[in-house]
Design a protein around this ligand. Structure first.
Ligand code: FAD
Length: 421
């Protein structure tokens, strides 16, 4: 019977365990936390957005841009939903975003763990893997456990240890060290899907405001990513889904020493060339208002006051006294307020990492290392990051199922040509 050790009992590790155990392999999952699936519990605000029905290449970023979809085409969203259905999980879809009908992430984690055990996998918790040694035949995995050091000899190893994001859930980056020790190249892991820290005294005055906006991320003055959604202004900078979506570019830009700016469009519902006209018309119709109230009903008051002050408009004078040039400046600020980004929040706050093991060293048909046969890598440890919306878990499920199947020697006919990688 083939012996497989899986390092990490998170999303991809559990999916791999169910799949390989189902094929009759002797599967052992070594998980350093006291229980498996801790990160799954935190996903989707406790509801687990486990995948998305709208999936394509633009949902993933990797140095090897074609790699993620090559993998996902082999274990598709449809197949993943079938996999979960077989485990007893009913799912529902909200505009393409898929959740358990129970709205409980715990049901996903529990059903995976129970299914793995039912199929004969051993889940060993409080077992921290410290080394993987290549033997003449197979591998020896060393782990620190409550009773002391323990070794596991096996034929195949699946490294499913996650990234460095949210280390409280167990993914503390130790997997990168194991991968490196075995000769893999690791692209610097950086926080992604994370809040951005900005420079500006005005931030304190708008903290707490939530507003619809388009956030454009600029590196050395060049726009590289954009997203629209609810922006949250905080005393340290900016947060919210549109910020998360562009944050990985900020992380990489800062790491590479580039100037990083977020250009914020606070009036995304209005065309650029209409804004000045809108403000001129408003000045005429609402001439009786004080400056501070000029944008009442358009933007939150705290935010409006900041924009007015930055445009040099007096908050106490009457609206009719605002000169044309200041209205033009206000229009420009409302459509493209520039915030210098000085950092990101840390790995503790990040949902995922960008960077990781270079996918050119991994076979997309099997998730097997190209430099170490018998060694497989799954999930977030790889240099693939998805946008918000269920794409990172889909990556974990697809890679886990694929690796579990391949390690068990139960590969389906590959749907790609042999030279796909
Ligand atoms: C707050 C939050 C919300 C999220 N929400 C969503 C969402 O709604 N939808 C979505 O698609 N994605 C979401 N994600 C991202 C998603 O959870 C991850 O991308 C996914 O869990 C990665 O799976 P993985 O198997 O690679 O790693 P993980 O799930 O992190 O599992 C890795 C496991 O390996 C263990 N481990 C690490 N090192 C060792 C070692 N040396 N020895 C033994 N065990 C080890 C860890 O303890 C951990 O249990 C969210 C992430 C966070 C933090």
């Amino acid at each position: 019977m083939k012996r497989i050790v899986i390092i990490g009992g998170g999303a991809s590790g559990l999916a791999a365990a169910v799949t390989a155990a189902e094929q009759g392999c002797d599967v052992t999952v070594l998980e350093q936390k006291e229980k498996t699936g801790k990160k799954i519990l935190a996903t989707g605000n406790g509801r687990c957005n486990l995948t998305n029905l709208q999936i394509s290449e633009v949902c993933y970023r990797s140095r090897n841009q074609e790699f993620p979809m090559k993998v996902i085409r082999q274990v598709s969203v449809e197949e993943t939903l079938k996999f979960f259905n077989q485990l007893g999980l009913l799912t529902k879809d909200r505009n393409g975003y898929v959740y358990p009908v129970s709205d409980q992430a715990s049901s996903v984690a529990e059903l995976l763990a129970e299914a793995a055990k039912d199929r004969g996998a051993k889940l060993v918790c409080s077992s921290r893997v410290t080394a993987v040694d290549v033997r003449k035949k197979g591998f020896r995995v060393t782990a620190m456990e409550t009773e002391g050091e323990k070794t596991y000899d096996c034929d195949k190893v699946i490294l499913a240890s996650g990234s460095k994001a949210s280390p409280v859930t167990g993914s503390d980056g130790s997997g990168y060290i194991l991968a490196k020790e075995l000769g893999h190249h690791v692209i610097e892991p950086l926080p992604a899907l994370v809040q951005l820290v900005g420079k500006g005294g005005w931030l304190r005055r708008v903290a707490g405001v939530r507003t619809e906006a388009i956030v454009t991320l600029m590196l050395d003055g060049i726009p590289v990513a954009e997203d629209r959604g609810e922006l949250q202004l905080t005393d340290y900078g900016i947060s919210g889904i549109p910020v998360f979506q562009v944050s990985r570019y900020a992380s990489v830009g800062l790491y590479e020493g580039k100037q990083v700016r977020a250009s914020i469009d606070f009036l995304p519902f209005m065309e650029q060339n209409k804004v000045t006209e809108f403000l001129f018309d408003r000045r005429e119709r609402l001439s009786y208002l004080s400056g501070a109230k000029f944008l009442s009903g358009v933007l939150a008051e705290k935010l409006a006051c900041v924009l007015l002050s930055e445009a040099g408009i007096s908050l106490t004078d009457q609206v009719k006294q605002i000169p044309d040039r200041k209205l033009e400046k206000l229009a420009a600020l409302a459509k493209g307020f520039s915030l210098l980004i000085t950092g990101t929040k840390s790995f503790e706050q990040a949902q995922i990492c960008c960077g990781g093991v270079d996918t050119s060293q991994v076979d997309s048909r099997t998730m097997e290392s190209r430099i170490l046969p018998g060694f497989y890598l799954t999930g977030e440890i790889l240099d693939v990051d998805g946008i918000c919306g269920g794409y990172n878990l889909q990556w974990a499920w697809s890679t886990g199922i694929l690796a579990g199947r391949a390690a068990a020697g139960a590969n389906k006919e590959t749907r790609e040509t042999d030279d796909q990688n």
